[in-house]
Design a protein around this ligand. Structure first.
Ligand code: ADP
Ligand code: MG
Length: 247
């Protein structure tokens, strides 16, 4: 079953049509790499899924429940419940600078309530261990490298037990020698069948880890499919041109 279902999604900023009738779905366990030139609408699409952007038309459903249908949004508490199934990891980490690593992880679960502090602490310890940062729990973000910050951000997103993780260029702000440690964590999540959508310029990662690749240009999905055929034999001139400069 499709866990994310997007139909005829459209969005404009003034006269600029940023997303034009996008239709796609994501299956449970899929790792979808979203590639495409700067300004093609990748971030706007991803942010629309978690209602950080409001769309003008079309629909988004998660787990069979409509976040928005024919351009009409569900009630606020429904939106909250549906979007809470997704965790988001941003290019610039977006950690809280005045909180320690452990506090960054535990803030949202504590606000949501309903779970004991002991359970939350156990999970934050497990997740920090999972991303290789168990020893940095009491550190403030400023004392971490970019790669470590992004691994904290991934652990923080996992604290809410999301069914889907969305990544918007998670390694684009990192020095090249730090991208590997972040991609490694993401690869491990993929192996554990975490459903993920990853906007990325890392073509090696897309090719190796993604189950599907979606190429966007000018607010449209130009081509989508399994990585190998898409990378070795793209069907569209625009895809070919983009891959020629990116590979
Ligand atoms: P990408 O992530 O693929 O680089 P974006 O989704 O960030 O693309 O942007 C798509 C287009 O929408 C770009 O032309 C960008 O300038 C424009 N855009 C993005 N956000 C805004 C905004 N808040 N107001 C006006 N235009 C925007
Ligand atoms: Mg972007």
């Amino acid at each position: 079953m499709a866990i994310i279902e997007v139909s005829n999604l459209s969005k404009s900023y003034g006269t600029l049509d940023v997303l034009k009738n996008m239709t796609f779905h994501v299956e449970k366990g899929d790792v979808v790499a979203v590639i495409g030139p700067s300004g093609s609408g990748k971030s706007t699409m991803l942010r629309s899924l978690v209602h950080l952007e409001t769309i003008d038309g079309g629909g988004i459903s998660v787990d069979g429940e409509a976040l928005v249908k024919d351009g009409v949004y569900s009630k606020p508490q429904e939106i909250k419940r549906i979007t809470s199934k997704m965790g988001m990891v941003f290019q610039h980490f977006n950690l809280f600078p005045h909180l320690t690593v452990k506090q960054n992880l535990e803030l949202a679960p504590k606000i949501v309530k309903g779970e004991s502090s002991a359970d939350i602490a156990r999970r934050s310890a497990e997740l920090l261990d999972k991303v290789g940062l168990a020893s940095r729990a009491s550190e403030y973000p400023a004392r971490l490298s970019g790669g470590q910050k992004q691994r904290v951000a991934i652990a923080r997103a996992l604290m809410m037990n999301p069914e889907i993780l969305l990544f918007d260029e998670p390694t684009s702000a990192l020095d090249p020698e730090l991208t590997g440690e972040v991609l490694q964590v993401m690869k491990r999540l993929a192996e554990e069948h975490m459903t993920m959508m990853v906007v990325t310029h890392e073509m090696g990662f897309a090719r190796e880890v993604a189950s599907r690749v979606m190429f966007m240009d000018k607010g449209e999905i130009v081509e989508a499919g399994h990585p190998e055929p898409l990378f070795t034999n793209p069907q569209h001139e625009r895809t070919r041109a983009f891959l020629n400069i990116s590979l």
